[in-house]
Design a protein around this ligand. Structure first.
Ligand code: NDP
Ligand code: 2IT
Length: 445
């Protein structure tokens, strides 16, 4: 980096001890050096310095009372990163690891992802270090209500529209929406991922996993490959992993492994998704339970071993930095020819270099997993119209969006001299629209 090195140095100085945020910014700025060369007017207008600084960061106390009557205190966050092309939009993560670095990396990525969808949504992210695991429904409800009591002051259907992410599913969105409505006395599309009887969109539940497969299908086709007959390994067993498994199987693949943070299952006959849905979506149990029902399957403790399973296509769909250089090399050595990221930033920079060096068909997160937020934007659209589309209508729009993201990322890569490098292509294509909007809207002195 030459022109943008100062911007990177400043990010590190201003945000010390935030390695995930640095990692996400560095990857994007590296791709944008050539854009900075072509657009001196954007450099002069400080677009690069501005885009790495969140417009607003909200940090708040979330007190709640547990089932034993004890007061618990968590920390709530909302990073309103960029509103140049639409209201802030992005999920809420509930996980004990949540901190400013993780939410800033996620919020930053979301700017470019949301731009790639072609829909009018800005970038944001939020959440809390609350751990929903092992909590009763009542505890989750009280936490969500307390969280929303403060968050409601900062969001709105035309301002900032949160949604789900790790640990935030239909149950949590329901409790939060109920509290927002109580406090504000308005029924608006302030959250997405809502239930189908109260403003949710058909196909939002499936959207991220389905979208990931639509994107990868397009990327595979461009190289003469397809899901048909392929062996697929998917990490995680949450919302993204479950619906990626469903669509990959519909497209003719055999998904042989899934995981959670404790370990992974391997089923050589192909994962039985009904069992996984029952265990994970209904009973909230561990993935290890699967092998009690399907005797041909095995369970191994520890989640990183999943990348040692031989596969054609890997779809990491659990969390950030789950594939390091050694795991990436193992995948390649075992014949894996495609990696599509359902999770956000699941591959370390060293792992990404392994993919690029070995000409792996690589769908980076901000392009490949954009189907979730794209369908959230379709939910916002339906809420504004006070209307709802059929499953088939939403699914067809999702597919179109994913195919277009592939085409735009691939075209931008070619135009800027990075042919076949979808990381650079997605970063550049996502950035151009936001930079143009920021430049047009001027700077407030
Ligand atoms: P869920 O909470 O539904 O599922 C998360 C899954 O990943 C669980 O199986 C969980 O296991 C596992 N996991 C979580 N943290 C870790 C960890 N530190 N190490 C190993 N495994 C872990 O979340 P989603 O499926 O919604 O999200 C998965 C990924 O996809 C995240 O990176 C998220 O940001 C991204 N994403 C989600 C979208 C959405 O629409 N939901 C859209 C785009 C991206 P366990 O139960 O043991 O914690
Ligand atoms: O990372 C993501 O894109 C999401 N968690 C979905 C965000 C959304 O607003 O639907």
């Amino acid at each position: 980096m030459k022109i943008l090195q100062n911007v990177m140095d400043q990010v590190k100085k201003r945000n010390p001890n935030e390695p995930e945020f640095h990692q996400a910014v560095e990857e994007v700025l590296e791709s944008l050096e050539i854009v900075a060369e072509k657009h001196p007017e954007w450099v002069a207008a400080g677009v690069f310095e501005r885009i790495v600084e969140p417009e607003r960061q909200i940090l708040f106390r979330v007190p709640w009372v547990d089932d034993s009557g004890k007061v618990q205190v968590n920390r709530g966050f909302r990073i309103q990163f960029n509103s140049a092309i639409g209201p802030y939009k992005g999920g809420l993560r509930l996980h004990p690891s949540v901190n400013a670095s993780i939410l800033k990396f996620l919020g930053f990525e979301q700017i470019f992802k949301n731009s790639l969808t072609g829909l009018p949504i800005g970038g944001g992210k939020g959440g809390s270090d609350f751990d929903p695991k092992g909590k009763s429904d009542g505890e989750v409800m009280r936490f969500c209500q307390s969280f929303m009591t403060e968050l409601s002051k900062h969001i709105g259907a035309d301002t900032d529209v949160p949604a789900g992410d790790i640990g935030t599913g239909a149950r949590e969105i329901g409790y939060m929406y109920g509290q927002y409505k109580r406090l504000r006395n308005e029924f608006t599309g302030v959250l997405t991922g809502k239930g189908l009887t109260w403003g949710g969109s058909l196909a939002r539940t499936e959207a991220t996993g389905y979208g990931l497969c639509y994107f990868m299908d397009e990327a595979l086709k461009a190289k003469g490959k397809s899901f048909k007959g392929a062996t697929v390994v998917i990490s995680g067993s949450g919302n993204v992993a479950i619906y990626a498994t469903e669509k990959a199987a519909q497209l003719g693949a055999k998904v042989v492994a899934l995981s959670d943070s404790n370990g992974y299952i391997y089923d050589p006959d192909g994962i039985k998704l009904d069992t996984v849905k029952q265990l994970k979506e209904i009973e909230r149990k561990r993935i290890s339970e699967y092998v009690k029902i399907h005797k041909n399957a095995t369970y191994t403790e520890g989640c990183s071993g999943i990348w040692s399973i031989k596969c054609d296509i890997a779809l990491p769909s659990a969390t950030q930095n789950e594939i390091d250089e050694a795991s990436a090399k193992l995948l390649v050595a075992n014949g894996c020819y495609a990696v599509g990221e359902g999770a956000n930033m699941p591959s370390t920079p060293e792992a990404v270099n392994v993919y690029l060096h070995n000409k792996i068909i690589y769908g980076p997160a901000k392009a490949a997993n954009a189907g979730g937020v794209a369908t959230s934007a379709l939910e916002m659209c339906q809420n504004s119209m006070r209307y709802s589309w059929t499953f088939e209508e939403v699914d067809a729009k999702l597919k179109d969006i994913m195919v277009n993201i592939y085409k735009n990322a691939s075209a931008a890569a070619k135009e800027y001299g990075f042919e076949d490098n979808l990381v650079a292509g997605a970063n550049i294509a996502g950035f151009l629209k936001v930079a143009n909007a920021m430049y047009s809207q001027g700077i407030a002195y």
